[in-house]
Design a binder for this molecule. Structure first.
Ligand code: FAD
Length: 431
């Protein structure tokens, strides 16, 4: 529930849209009737309305319009909201089914069973079951129990959600009131899916060419890209979706993947540092210079969450250094900005941006960089932090890197009493 600790303007819209059908339906539903049966039947209806509203709003959130994500604190947070709402929609649907069945138990067990499994001609109820079954199919792989998720396969499976939504809408339109409102929310949800899957890939992506592929270390390259027509405008530290079109790629051709922009906003080339973390990112290590890519974005709000009076401390590890490289390159280009960066790497050979960052630090007194090598020094300690950034308790702290590193740093900072609202983190994983 950490997501609820820092509400954003977009959250208000989500709450309103989720509650609207219930508010409109309440006069029709009235208050619960007497006894447990009355309460259970009321709960069954209320949870059904809330569950469907949440399902529809969850789908509408996947629209992924550039800049729109800022109202939700950036796309990674928006995806967390999408996942959380989807989960609670599923729970409410379960409560809906069970409460309606339990409400019929005092009549007879047969009545309860018939509420759940009526004769086949009661199509509306079976459409509800179809929606539930499809939700189980596309939500199940997200549980650790089923092992590591194959991201692209899961994305394809997720398309079942559109069928689940149509079945759930038909179920509700058949059995409940407030038809116009459900049509409206349904159009919003299905329109968002249609935009994302059918329209955005054709109209929202900008063509670029790869001008240079620079190896930075084993399994890490930096691509330098030039626009074919219009350029993408971004703020330092934001990310985009990159779809490579190179025919010779062994994997990931035509697949979109999120990558942080490591260049400053006004640089002549747009740069992206890519680490080999799976099939598609491994194939990009040998992408053909001159080949085309499509870019969609920008997204993200990592550095917008800054406290104007506090100087920032950046803690970046592994490929999670890229948002800070983008920010440091902006300081180098404009001469404006100050920050202290601690660059966490396994060893000097894995600190692939360190030389450039040190050069920027030498030229700009407001920017400092310190390297911390895990192999030599072990996990980062409070003593190291205090030694290299004595006023860290008073700073706004930004973390980006592997999940284990972020967990360690969050614990360390919390143990020292740094307020959680001053710690911002970005993990390169939406799941
Ligand atoms: C906001 C953000 C910024 C990122 N910035 C960078 C960067 O600057 N440099 C860099 O090297 N990597 C970055 N990544 C990670 C990069 O997106 C993944 O390494 C890449 O998508 C892996 O794809 P794959 O096929 O190589 O590996 P896979 O084995 O398919 O995936 C490895 C993991 O990456 C994640 N992933 C895969 N595909 C996607 C997708 N389409 N959308 C979201 N997550 C996905 C999944 O969690 C998966 O478990 C970033 C990720 C996010 C979410």
């Amino acid at each position: 529930m950490a997501i609820l600790r820092r509400p954003h303007p977009g959250d208000l819209l989500v709450v309103l849209l989720v509650l609207l059908p219930l508010l409109v339906a309440l006069p029709r539903l009235g208050w619960p009737g007497p006894g447990a049966m009355g309460w259970l039947s009321w709960l069954g209806r209320v949870s059904g309305i809330l569950g469907l509203a949440m399902m529809l709003v969850t789908a509408a959130l996947c629209v992924r319009l550039p800049r729109w994500d800022r109202y939700f604190g950036g796309l990674p947070r928006l995806w967390r909201l999408h996942r959380g709402l989807g989960f609670w929609a599923f729970i409410l649907v379960m409560v809906h089914v069970l409460s309606l069945a339990l409400a019929a138990v005092p009549l007879s067990l047969e009545a309860a069973a018939l509420t759940l499994f009526p004769p086949w001609h009661q199509v509306a109820i079976w459409l509800g079951w179809l929606a539930w079954g499809l939700m189980v199919i596309f939500l199940a792989p997200t549980f650790d129990f089923f092992g590591k998720l194959h991201y692209q396969g899961w994305k394809r499976l997720h398309l079942l959600s559109a069928v689940a939504l149509i079945a759930a809408l038909a179920h509700t339109l058949w059995l409940a009131g407030e038809g116009a409102l459900w049509w409206l929310l349904g159009l919003l949800a299905l329109g968002a899916i249609f935009w994302r899957k059918a329209i955005a890939p054709r109209v929202a992506r900008l063509p670029y060419r790869i001008e240079n592929v620079e190896p930075l270390a084993r399994g890490v390259v930096e691509l330098a890209l030039r626009p074919e027509h219009h350029r993408l405008r971004h703020r330092a530290g934001q990310f985009l979706y990159l779809t490579p079109l190179d025919e010779t790629l062994s994997a990931g051709r035509g697949e979109e993947h999120p990558y942080t922009i490591s260049s400053a906003p006004d640089d002549s080339h747009l740069r992206i540092g890519i680490k080999d973390l799976g099939d598609a990112s491994r194939a990009l290590q040998t992408v053909t210079p001159g080949s085309r890519v499509l870019l969609e974005g920008p997204y993200g709000d990592f550095f917008a969450r800054r406290h104007p009076r506090c100087r920032p401390l950046w803690l970046g590890g592994g490929i999670g250094i890229t948002p800070f490289v983008g920010m440091a390159r902006e300081i180098a280009a404009t001469g404006v900005g100050e920050a202290q960066l601690i660059y966490l790497a396994n060893g000097p050979e894995r600190a692939y941006y360190l030389d450039e960052l040190r050069r920027i630090a030498e030229a700009h007194p407001g920017f400092g960089v310190t390297a911390h090598f895990y192999r030599k020094e072990g996990p980062l300690t409070e003593t190291f932090l205090r030694h290299h950034c004595p006023d860290y308790m008073d700073r706004e702290i930004y973390l980006c890197g592997p999940p284990a590193m972020i967990r360690h740093l969050r614990r360390l900072l919390a143990d020292q009493g740094v307020p959680t609202q001053r710690i911002h983190s970005e993990v390169f994983d939406f799941l």
